[in-house]
Design a protein around this ligand. Structure first.
Ligand code: AKB
Length: 318
């Protein structure tokens, strides 16, 4: 068993919830310290309340628990970020700087920083968007991710801090709910279908976006973090792909299993964000450097989501 001690920042979020559970299953409960701005379970010695803007508290937690790896997942996402651009910049960038500085000062071995397909914008090819496509994002979230990628690379090159990163597509999972993203619809659609309600979508039916199933997203994260440092030729952030589909396609995939499910469309400001992003991603560098291969396509993901949510909704309705 490894001697690592993990710190998850944003552990109550969509990815943080599942990553915390997965790392605890592999390494043991006490090896993973969950932190969030929200309260944890009373009396949980492996939870610490943390505001990412509070560097002194972050350093205290890293010191107290002798942390060797930090997964920094706290951020304001694309749609919510547009309501308060300067606040989003502050949280996303100052939060990252605090993590990088604490990790550098306290000799943390590895840092994970999530980037996103939101780094792409005008000028990047829409289909099979390559790793080194032009990065001209339109959202403050996307701008913060481009800057974050470059700062991660800077800390690696300047200080030897081992910062690793993935450009996540929209993440779909049954275990936790997303919040504030443009791709959130792809989780909400399942909950509406399972609770017998119609779904009114904020994007048009032909909007095609890259997505990844939670199991694949977690597996990709851990594969990257476990890869030998000398294999990693990308020190900004790796493109990573799962599947791509339009809204009409995911609706049809659910309707194959739940024929009474109804979807209608009322696009809002998030349509423009979605249209600035790629349709699909070329992740050949991730495949080459650390053996990435997704396990879930649209049909397999829909089947698995419905099976898990069926159990959850059945228990809730008992
Ligand atoms: C969002 O929609 O903002 C996020 C993302 C693609 O990074 N899910």
């Amino acid at each position: 068993m490894s001697q690592d001690k993990f710190l998850i920042i944003g552990a109550a979020g969509q990815i943080g919830t599942v990553l915390t559970q997965t790392l605890r299953k592999t390494h043991g409960y006490n090896k993973v310290i969950a932190t969030d701005i929200r309260d944890g379970e009373p009396g949980d010695a492996c939870f610490e309340k943390l505001d990412v803007l509070d560097i002194a508290r972050m350093a205290e937690i890293v010191n107290k628990h002798r942390i060797t790896q930090i997964y920094h997942l706290a951020a304001i996402l694309s749609a919510k970020g547009e309501a308060a651009p300067l606040r989003t910049w502050e949280i996303n960038m100052k939060g990252l700087f605090n993590v990088l500085e604490v990790a550098r000062e306290m000799n943390v071995a590895k840092v994970f920083f999530p980037s996103s397909i939101a780094v792409f914008g005008e000028g990047a090819p829409k289909d099979n968007t390559p790793q080194d496509a032009v990065l001209k994002p339109t959202t403050v979230y996307g701008i913060s991710k481009v800057a974050g990628e470059l700062w991660g690379q800077y800390y690696w090159e300047r200080y030897g801090l081992d910062v690793r990163s993935l450009r996540y597509p929209g993440v779909i999972g049954h275990q936790s709910e997303p919040g504030g993203g443009t791709t959130d619809y792809a989780v909400e659609i399942f909950h509406k279908a399972m609770s017998g309600q119609p779904f009114v979508c904020f994007l048009k039916p032909d909007t095609c976006l890259p997505m990844i199933y939670m199991d694949d997203a977690i597996r990709a994260t851990l594969m990257l973090m476990d890869a030998p440092a000398e294999k990693l030729r990308v020190r900004t952030s790796y493109n990573v792909a799962g599947m791509s589909f339009t809204l009409a396609e995911i609706a049809a995939s659910i309707q194959k299993r739940i024929p009474t499910f109804k979807v209608s469309y009322e696009p809002d400001f998030r349509q423009a964000i979605a249209e600035s992003w790629p349709h699909s991603i070329d992740d050949s560098e991730a495949r080459r450097d650390w053996g990435w291969e997704p396990a879930y396509d649209l049909e397999k993901m829909t089947g698995d989501m419905i099976a898990h949510l069926q159990m959850r909704y059945a228990i809730q309705n008992c």
